[in-house]
Design a protein around this ligand. Structure first.
Ligand SMILES: Cc1cc2nc3c(=O)[nH]c(=O)nc-3n(C[C@H](O)[C@H](O)[C@H](O)COP(=O)(O)O)c2cc1C
Length: 461
């Protein structure tokens, strides 16, 4: 029997089972697919720095998010028409996710209506993704049906005023296979229930005039938590919080909208800083293909990730069993990655576990080689904490070490505090906790210090 060692094995097996144009639609991205490749490549630019002998006899991958307990920080991203891959469609996907203890975000365009999905998996944790359509009644109806069906969160996708230009689909003249329809959309009595031509459908149903006011409208529509999906810029994260978001998903829509947008992972740290300051969790999707990818996303600030295409690969390979296989693989790989980096519980996964690929770990190398301060400055900048945000545990330790490194290299406490956006006292406390030997008061213009208020000569920021 063929054994699947990793997600790539499922990908290869799925490719052989699907119509070539359906494969292209599913696996492809916008334009020349630079961002599609970058979504996965971004994870490859990060290296992991394990800690040893921490006692990892029992590794617990559980996380708590929006008051829910997940068996691991992994959910299924919303994807249209699972029937493309298997006749059991979302019924199979959600059953598999439920068996593994993970949530599914059901697409607005799911093959199976939300009522039938939740009836088939009574204990499932299902979130409903919606678009704010031109016809707001369709969106409102979908949201209401979600509430009645026991859905636990509403996800609004905000990155799609229309569908991106996907070269593969243009060349293939892609249409969904005959007979495929979205029962979920039809159940909301959409006049655009025919989605056989996805580009035409998006042009007629999506509303390019949407603004944040429309998200505020949705936030007030149901009592469900509202999750905003499709954020890349930190200022958009701020707007999402103002509009009432209870969580944010960093996403470039699996690189299916505009080619050469940033990789999702590269956008994560700054958005996570905003979300943390606002007290809401941030999730990431795009390019997650292994448990180590999940660990890296968590170390950069994600409370959890969503996984897209790999789930469809599993579904195409073996229906419910295939999705179950992909999800258990990812959870097992995450358990491995946690244990082998010295983490026995998810809150221990922090920024000190990772660094950009290269020879040195900036946080662990006080007073290191020339050029190191630039890296450390970048990392401190990436952890810009808003005033009053709590900084605890491993995050606090890692931040203290990074500040210490820059201080040892000549940066002043005042300058570090400025970079951090926090008070002098807070910054000095972090330095003290990191065991920093403070410099004495310097002579203005002569030595590298300003702890007494003078201008530092060698401030490396
Ligand atoms: C075939 C397919 C259909 C998708 N349909 C939707 C959708 O209906 N709504 C949505 O918000 N995102 C949709 N997405 C984007 C995913 O939710 C997610 O952002 C992306 O797939 C994550 O990247 P990954 O596939 O690299 O894991 C779709 C993605 C794929 C591959």
């Amino acid at each position: 029997m063929h054994r699947f060692a990793c997600v790539r094995d499922y990908e290869e097996a799925a490719r052989g089972r699907l119509r070539p144009d359906v494969w292209d639609f599913m696996a492809g991205g916008a334009g020349e697919e630079i961002t599609l490749r970058d979504n996965t490549a971004a994870f490859g630019r990060v290296r992991v720095w394990p800690r040893v002998l921490t006692g990892v006899g029992h590794v617990d991958t559980t996380v708590e998010l929006l008051g829910q307990v997940w068996s691991a920080p992994i959910g299924i991203a919303p994807m249209a028409l699972h029937e493309m891959c298997h006749s059991d469609a979302e019924i199979a996907t959600v059953r598999a996710a439920t068996a593994v203890g993970l949530p599914t975000v059901l697409s607005a365009f799911s093959s199976v209506a939300v009522e039938d999905v939740t009836a088939a998996s009574p204990h499932a944790n299902v979130w409903q993704q919606v678009y704010i359509f031109k016809d707001r009644q369709v969106t409102a109806s979908m949201a209401e049906r979600a509430v009645v069906s026991g859905v636990r969160a509403l996800v609004v996708t905000v990155d799609s005023p229309w569908m991106g230009r996907r070269h593969r689909d243009i060349r293939d003249g892609f249409r969904f296979p005959d007979g495929l329809r979205s029962a979920n959309l039809s159940a909301s009595l959409s006049q655009w229930a025919d989605i056989s031509d996805p580009v035409l459908h998006s042009r007629s149903a999506m509303d390019p005039s949407l603004t944040w006011t429309d998200v505020e409208w949705l936030a007030g529509l149901t009592g469900l938590p509202l999750v905003v999906k499709g954020i890349l810029a930190p200022d958009d994260a701020e707007r999402a919080l103002e509009a009432g978001a209870d969580a944010i998903i960093v996403s470039n829509h699996g690189a299916r909208q505009l080619d050469r947008t940033t990789a999702a992972l590269d956008a994560l740290p700054d958005v996570a800083a905003v979300a943390r300051a606002g007290g809401v969790p941030v999730l990431l999707d795009g390019g997650v293909r292994s448990g180590t990818d999940v660990l890296i996303a968590m170390a950069l600030g994600a409370a959890a990730v969503l996984v897209g295409r790999p789930v469809l690969y599993g579904l195409a390979v073996a229906g419910e069993a295939g999705v179950h296989g992909v999800l258990t693989l990812l959870v097992d790989e995450l358990r491995d990655a946690m244990g082998l980096t010295g983490c026995s519980v998810t809150p221990q996964v922090g920024p000190e576990l990772i660094a950009p690929a290269g020879l040195f770990h900036p946080a662990a190398r006080p007073g290191g080689a020339p050029g190191s301060s630039a890296v450390a400055a970048e990392q401190v900048a990436a952890v810009r904490f808003a005033k009053h945000a709590q900084v605890r545990g491993s995050e606090r330790t890692a931040l203290g070490l990074r500040l210490k490194q820059r201080y040892v290299e000549g940066a002043s406490i005042r300058r570090l505090a400025e970079d951090l956006g926090r008070s002098y006292g807070f910054t000095r406390n972090l330095l003290a906790e990191a065991g920093t030997a403070f410099r004495g008061p310097g002579i203005r213009g002569k030595v590298a210090t300003d702890d007494s208020g003078s201008v530092p000569l060698r401030d490396s920021a």
